[in-house]
Design a protein around this ligand. Sequence first.
Ligand code: ACO
Length: 357
Amino acid sequence: MTIQTKSPIGLDGVAAAETALSLVDGDKGALTVAGQPVGALAASSTFEDVAARLLSLATGTAYDAAEVAASLGKARVHAFERLPVLLPLFDGLRPIEAFRAAVAAMAPAAGLAPENVLIGAMPVLAAAIVRRQSGETPLPPDPALGHAADTLRMLRGEMPSQKEARALEIYLVTVSDHGMNASTFAGRVVASTQADLFMAVTAAYCALTGPLHGGAPEPVLEMLDAIQSEDRIAAWIDAALARGDRLMGFGHRIYRGRDPRADVLKAAISGLGTADMGLAGKVEAYARQALAKAKPDRVLDTNVEFYTAILLDGLGIPRQAFTPIFATGRVAGWVAHALEQQRKGRLLRPSAVYTGV
Ligand code: ACO
């Protein structure tokens, strides 16, 4: 695969590891996760299936999806038990910051593998943090539910419909892994020092929060809010591009065309039948045209974050929870990459171009 790069400083096209977990083919606009094209995987798998497959590939030891599901249920309960001590420490922090502190506070637990502690904790921490922000008490997990359904139940305070739980599950599967993205790379760097999974996942989450990576969906909704109505789309987007702003939810380092995850999520939104695609669809269409005109040398198409914003908003998830919910899916990839790195990788230690005197 050839990757056009304007500078090697962003490590474009540099292989930093060998992985069996996922393949991002930017030229073909294709993504393979755990051996399957992402669309087929999302259509046929639960989140627990995918977590088990990624962990099996990473470690060379078979993980059983039913056992992973049972362990994640226990791990959600374990994380919930830690909340009374943890939550008051985060008062005054923004949810994205409180979540960072909460992830950093996770630690090995008796009877649970570290990877399950981490995967299980994410939705419990996310839901508790956003509920506390709005003065509500956290809802205890139900270990008998699937991970996606319980995530949505804890976030919203009521049992989701099957359709809603399935839509969130498709999202969690779709974002579960994505090659050597910035957060996965950050996690692998930490794991390459033989630091443990808790250290690696904390680093990975920190990298996810930036708007050039996983922090984009909230700004996507802010853009839609600012545009307000169809008659304002052209003027708003033209002005943003003239100022040199980046349109959130468009462009990608690897894909030279459409991000295949965007279409998987778009289909999940249609399946839900509740999310309002009216203004969003028109903004997307205009933005693609405007970007093609503004940057004719670079294909800037819709990425996963645009439809993430519409899907999570359509599911009634508060926008401050978007990045923690991204982490709830991506953590499956993070722990698998960290385990794969510890098992097979070398210390990641690049060099820098010295510009001093
Ligand atoms: N809007 C406007 N212009 C853009 C956009 C955009 N969304 N994306 C890239 N460009 C422009 C850049 O300004 C640059 O222009 P220049 O050559 O005139 O300076 C040109 O396209 C090339 O950009 P690069 O910086 O080389 O692109 P890079 O590969 O570093 O960026 C990125 C990829 C960060 C995703 C970028 O497209 C972007 O900032 N998008 C908006 C934020 C976003 O949607 N983030 C989520 C990404 S998906 C994910 O991580 C899960």
